[in-house]
Design a protein around this ligand. Sequence first.
Ligand SMILES: *Cc1c(COP(=O)(O)O)cnc(C)c1O
Length: 459
Amino acid sequence: MDYKTIIEPFRIHTVQAIDLPNLAAREAALERAGYNLFGLHADEVIIDLLTDSGTGAMSSEQWAGMMCGDETYAGSRSFFRFEETVKDITGFDHVIPTHQGRAAEKILFAVAVEDGDVVPNNTHFDTTRANVEYRGAEARDIVTPGGTDPATILPFKGNMDIDRLRSTIEEVGVDRVPLVMITVTNNSGGGQPVSMANIRAAREVCDEFGIPLYLDACRFAENAWFIKMREEGYEDKTPREIAREMFSYVDGATMSAKKDGLGNIGGFLALNDTEWAQTARNLLILTEGFPTYGGLAGYDLEALAIGFNEVLEEDYLRYRIRSTAYLAETVLAGGMPIVQPPGGHAVYLDAAALLPHIPSHEYPAQSLAIELYRAGGVRGIEIGTVMFGRRDPDGGPDEPAAMELVRLAIPRRTYTQSHIDYVAEVVIDVANRAEQLTGYRIVEQAAWLRHFTARLEAL
Ligand SMILES: *Cc1c(COP(=O)(O)O)cnc(C)c1O
């Protein structure tokens, strides 16, 4: 008999206690944090879905690998293991370790991007956008039509709009487009996958104009699984074969190993261009460290070399994608509108649809995220106008973000089905009393990446 329940393909080996503070304590915590969930302490949260970045559980193999970490400053054995694994999966000539994804972005854009340039991407992640803008360039999102409509169901809703890629290059001129990026999966667009055909089509356009194409590869294994499940011709290929093909169409990649590296810290920049790699290594030495450790301990490199292989195992990916879909289906059936279809690493609640009485400039997604915490101690993250809206220089209402979402990101191999059932219960309870939620205003904010530190007040 084929049983249909997809179980966690691991058993628990070490545990960490979690606990729910009472309502008064949660309300006091919110006030202290300025209604910004980044200001909460771990002890104040029972189920933490703020991010899937670096929050996953490592395997016993990874922990054992850490004991073999080689802390040699230059030429560590652990670096060569890391490099070999990354080369085996990506095929790139140069592998530059970094302490996390944004360090790889900062270095890549310092090498490639100048003031006045335009970088097209299906959807820039927040740190990617900030690092492009920090160079004085424009970060332009050109996701496929329907990609920003939560209700539209498409198999590859993270695809790049290839027509707009071409028209963008023609409009701004080849000289001002130093590289094109594709984010797999499209994190800020709902964790949606990108098809192999789309990566190939972007490659063709880039070839036509002689522009390098890069992947923001943070969730390359999840994207490979979606291709296997949804794209014709890939059903019999392994996730590793699919990942290799994805990387074969691009000139390089930035990676946060805190995602599909199954690590708690780490990343890399990998590329084929020897000149860019040389400049990148020099910049790496300036801020991250020598090119054979790049801001990581030898034991981190060791754990990541093992993680990059574990993340491509079919049992793991089947469970990963299915358990995310399970949360999505449960809350949707209970009345919470979500981004459809569910993405790989997270469920995105559609606050604009749930809270039509709160306008964007009063941050409906922030209001929903706050209530999920207040009601059940569950922490998600606003991906809406607080994160991506533009502040009006004259003090008027913010220019709204494309969507008002609350992301519930699922840490890898960390929570069980009963934890997820509890989260669903909290989400459904809040959905059923949506009309009671009110808007917020920002009372304090930074010039960039304001969502990390802004303080808010209820209206
Ligand atoms: C997390 C992430 C980054 C940045 O990586 P960090 O390790 O957090 O610096 C970049 N792009 C995407 C799509 C991400 O999800």
